[in-house]
Design a protein around this ligand. Structure first.
Ligand SMILES: [Zn+2]
Length: 311
């Protein structure tokens, strides 16, 4: 029996930053020294339409695949016992869960689940809850083609989204990290459920990865590549505008006939003014409800649903 988990990164909402330390683990992780990700971003970039960037990208990258490969290399360089290999894929659909491959590509759906317009990326992974509940067996990521993707460091320049920090986030899910902010933690982390001005792995992100896969020789622990110092100085940050409590919305009764497919219901919430844009955009609160699926061939569990929290 396979189970599946969804993890989404959503746009907007600025988070308070404080120097606490406490990553979150998803549960399952990899029990192998390496796994290979097929990069289908270039093959599927036709889905971007008018959102397609001109190349080279702002940071000089010559392709979206190159940006993603760099993110995987950053993670790998911070882990002792896991290497994320990448190969160039050719899947123009971006991701196809049923092919058994670990893929990353532009796609507005993944396994029949449509990304909400506010979702930047969605990572799913399989594990076997009965025979090996602690081990991932496959993982793929859909990057929402509805956004304008580029690659740059520094503050987020909405509505042009930096693919690298999203790649770092989704790759964190691929190796077993969850959203610290959704676990009540207030930390500066790429792994928080909402994108922010944080453009690289933080000490908290790295500590999470190294908890699972060890610290490379020569590194003293969290803080190598892209990481902040283990004890970051408390940087006073502007108070984020309060996020209104999500208003419960009636959930449509899901479940079509043939196969029970997860129908998480995003509950859009009016958002505080986002990043530096004149355009106010609502912050989503996709509250994916765990859908315990019956028996069939494809039991699916949906968890996680980014819930922007008010610090
Ligand atoms: Zn996420």
């Amino acid at each position: 029996m396979k189970k599946l988990l969804f993890l989404a990164l959503v746009a907007f909402a600025v988070f308070q930053i404080s120097p606490a330390r406490a990553y979150v683990l998803e549960g399952p992780s990899w029990g192998v020294p390496s796994f290979t990700v097929y990069l289908n971003l270039t093959a599927s970039q036709g889905q971007l339409g008018a959102n397609l960037a001109t190349f080279p990208l702002i940071d000089g990258s010559t392709s979206y695949n190159q940006v993603y490969a760099n993110a995987e290399a950053i993670w790998s360089s911070n882990l002792q016992n896991l290497k994320i290999n990448t190969v160039i894929g050719s899947n123009a659909q971006g991701v196809t869960m049923s092919n058994g491959l670990n893929e990353v590509g532009f796609s507005s759906t993944i396994l029949g689940y449509a990304l909400s317009q506010y979702t930047l990326g969605l990572t799913m992974y399989y594990y076997n809850p009965s025979s090996n509940p602690n081990r991932m067996t496959q993982t793929s990521t859909a990057i929402n083609p509805g956004w304008r993707w580029n690659s740059y460091r520094g503050n987020l320049t909405y509505p042009v989204i930096d693919l690298q920090r999203v790649a770092l986030h989704e790759s964190g899910h691929m190796i077993g990290l969850g959203h610290p902010d959704q676990a009540g933690q207030v930390v500066n982390a790429v792994m928080n459920s909402s994108i922010s001005n944080t453009d690289s792995l933080t000490a908290d992100d790295i500590a999470g990865g190294q908890n699972l896969y060890g610290t490379p020789a020569g590194q003293t622990g969290a803080g190598a590549q892209g990481g902040a110092s283990p004890t970051p100085a408390p940087t006073p940050t502007p108070k984020p505008t309060p996020t209104p409590k999500p208003t419960p919305t009636p959930k449509p009764t899901p479940t079509p006939k043939p196969t029970p497919v997860p129908t998480p219901t995003p509950t859009p919430t009016p958002a505080p003014t986002p990043i530096p844009t004149p355009t106010p955009v609502p912050t989503p609160t996709p509250t994916a409800t765990p859908v315990p699926t019956p028996t069939p061939t494809y039991p699916v569990t949906v968890t996680a649903g980014p819930t922007p929290t008010t610090p």
